[in-house]
Each structure stands twice: as C-alpha cells, then as structure tokens.
Design a binder for this molecule. Structure first.
Ligand code: 5AD
Ligand code: FES
Length: 373
C-alpha cells in the first residue's frame, strides 16, 4: 500500500485503489489523519457552516418490504400513523420560526393518487405559509414521472433517494424480488432531468458489503453528479430479516462507526464540494456521533421536528436517538453540539452546495464557496 501521506497529498488525484486503501485503514492514528485532512478539505470547499434541514417524518405507512428497515410493510409490531396537513404545517412553521433554511418531508413509500394529491397540497401550503422562504426537500421513495413533476411544480426543489448500495447484486440480496435496482436508478435520473437537486446515498457496513463496494459507491455518486449525499451506518432493527444475519452487532458497533466516518471522509476528499449529511444513524452508535461526522467532513444536519408522539413509530433501526424529545429540545441540543466543535449554523439559508451552484450558474466559485461575480 502507498504511504498515507501520499493519499492525503492535496495534489494527488485519488484513484479507485486509493479510495479502497483509505476505506480499509485500521490504524487509529491513520484514521485520525484521514479525518483531519477531510476536515481541511471541507473548510476549503464548503466552509465551517452547518446547514440545517428540519426533518418531518410524516407517515410510516410503507408499501415496501426492504429486509433491513424497521417500518417495512411486513412488520406487524409497528403502529402505523400519518400526520395531518395541519400537523405538518405546524412543523414547517417551527422550522421557519427557528430560522432553519429548509425542511425535509419523509415518509414510507406510497404510490396511490390520494397520497400524491396530499403531498402536492401540503407542499403548496408550506410554500405559501413561508412566503416561499422555506426550501422543501422530499424523501418519499420511488414514484412515477408525473408524480415527481407535480410535486416539483408544487414547490419542492430537492429530492432524496438513496440508492442504498450501488452494487446491484448486493441490492438484490437486501430486497424482495419485486424491488428493482434498475427502477430506483431510473428514478434518480428522472429526478435530475426534472430539475430537482438530487441527493442520494448508501448504507455503510451492510452484511456482505466490501470496501471495494463502498469505493464504487463513491464513484457512483460522482457519476450521478449529485448535489447532496446522505449516508449512514447500517444498524440492526430486531424485527427485520436482515438482523438475523448479524448476530454480533454489539461487538461490531465501533467498527461500524469507524467505517461510516471513513466513508464520509473519503467522499469529502474525493468529491470535495458536495453537501454531505452527518446522519442521525451515527448518533445511534454513540452520543457524539453526529459531531464526529461533521469533524470527518460532513456539513449538513437534519434536526428532527417530527411531533414527539409519532417518533417511536418511525424507527428504521434500533436505538434511534431523540425519541422522547421535541423539536425545541433537539434544536437546542444540536446548537450546543455544533458550538462545541467550533462550527456555526447557516440560519435562514437554503445551503445549496457549491457544487450545485457552480453547475447552475456556470460561474467560478471561490474557496469559501462564494460565487465570484
Ligand atoms: N440501518 C440504517 N439505515 C437504515 N435505513 C433504513 N433502514 C436502516 C437500517 N436498518 C435508511 C435507508 C433509507 C433511509 C431513509 O434510512 O438508507 O433510505
Ligand atoms: Fe434530539 Fe439531541 S438532537 S435530543
């Protein structure tokens, strides 16, 4: 293996093998060096500001049956809920009043026309309520072209759809037969074509996943030319089929955390100017997980603004944090956590990535991420 200094030399262009080498680092000191270097690249490329996207998990009703996910349709232990438009608007209002630049509406996957119309109406109502100020991201799974178009026209401008893994054979092992990798990929292409800022991502440390697969995931993000990446460690949920394949989860938790942080860092080193989320799943592994994500190169946090009474029913994995807290508590908690690592919050900003801005304007962007006129 090449020397670490060489991998981390800013003038060295990383190739697939380098990504694999970095993701495979085991030595603690070497890992810290990697995180440090990724942090420097983050400061140069996107700055020290963390952008908030308040997330409203408005329904756990899901038509999909992914083997890893706690709200899969076959899980009979989940109490299903859906929030009303009024409840969602209250969350959006909280986000506005808290000066969060944008929100994410996430739910289980539903494809019926009532759902499409409900989302369309709700997006319009949020736009109106905030005077167009609040950015709206949707994370509502695979839909047809017409649905994506209606939601875009209603005012949503970003969409998150994780590919989960870019390795088709691994994807197949994680999903029932009627779930299709190709369809998902097609959705990502549709969303891009339609003008959404698209975010994607993967789970890290899945059973059967190799560091080669993860390196290819990063190359996939590059090829898809996405504006935002949201990824987190795979965590077991006891009521899912995949959890029975992982009998030693307690003993591999530290490894999952390290691997997820390495993935964030290597993605930052390689893609440089994209938005990368420090996801809640990191905090499920250790209380300061999200701060660690920011220190390894991430720059986005998604504070939970779901009404507290619903939170325990939206557990995609075990040990999800913030179940008993409310939006106000999480806001204060995250402000304090971010301050503790010397970063600031980009209040009242949509927080588009320099990568997206460059593409949109065709203009040069300086090192702090500001467009040069
Ligand atoms: N562990 C970690 N992440 C999970 N997700 C779903 N189930 C799990 C799990 N068990 C992630 C998926 C999905 C996102 C909303 O949550 O990547 O896209
Ligand atoms: Fe919710 Fe800390 S972020 S309690």
């Amino acid at each position: 293996m090449k020397k670490l200094e060489m991998f981390l030399d800013p003038s060295h262009e990383l190739a697939r093998n380098d990504l694999i080498g970095l993701l495979g680092l085991q030595d603690r000191e070497a890992m810290e060096e990697l995180f440090q270097r990724a942090y420097e690249v983050k400061l140069q490329q996107v700055g020290k500001k963390v952008y908030f996207r308040g997330i409203i998990e408005f329904s756990n009703i899901c038509g999909k049956d992914c083997f890893y996910c706690g709200i899969r349709k076959s899980n009979r232990n989940v109490v299903r809920y859906r929030m009303s438009e009024k409840e969602i608007l209250e969350g959006a209002r909280f986000a506005c009043e808290s000066n969060y630049g944008s929100i994410v509406l996430q739910s289980g996957e539903r494809k019926d026309s009532r759902f499409t119309a409900f989302v369309e109406k709700t997006v319009k109502a949020i736009k109106e309520m905030s005077g167009g100020k609040l950015g709206i991201t949707l994370s509502l799974g695979e839909q047809d072209e017409e649905t994506y178009r209606r939601w875009f026209q209603a005012g949503a401008h970003r969409y998150l759809l994780r590919i989960e893994t870019s390795h088709e054979a691994l994807y197949r092992r994680l999903h029932p037969k009627d779930h299709s990798f190709r369809k998902r990929l097609n959705c990502l292409n549709l969303l891009k074509m339609m003008g959404y800022q698209v975010g994607t991502g993967v789970m890290i440390g899945l059973p059967g996943q190799t560091v080669e697969n993860l390196a290819d995931d990063i190359l996939f993000f590059e090829k898809m030319d996405v504006a935002m990446i949201g990824m987190g460690p795979y965590l077991i949920h006891k009521d899912t089929p995949l959890s029975s394949e992982v009998t030693d989860f307690e003993t591999i938790k530290d490894r999952q955390l390290d691997l997820a942080l390495k993935m964030i860092a290597v993605t930052r080193l390689y893609l440089k100017d994209v938005n990368i989320a420090s996801t809640t799943a990191l905090q499920a592994l250790t209380p300061t997980g999200r701060e660690m994500g920011l220190r390894a190169g991430a720059n986005i946090i998604m504070p939970n603004i779901t009404i507290t009474k619903y939170r325990s029913s939206y557990q995609l994995y075990d040990n999800k944090p913030c179940l008993d807290e409310n939006a106000t508590f999480c806001r204060a908690c995250l402000e304090q956590r971010i301050e503790s690592i010397g970063e600031t919050i980009g209040y009242n900003e949509w927080g588009d990535s320099p990568h997206f801005k460059k593409k949109e304007t065709g203009e040069a962007v300086d090192e702090s991420g500001h467009i040069q006129h």
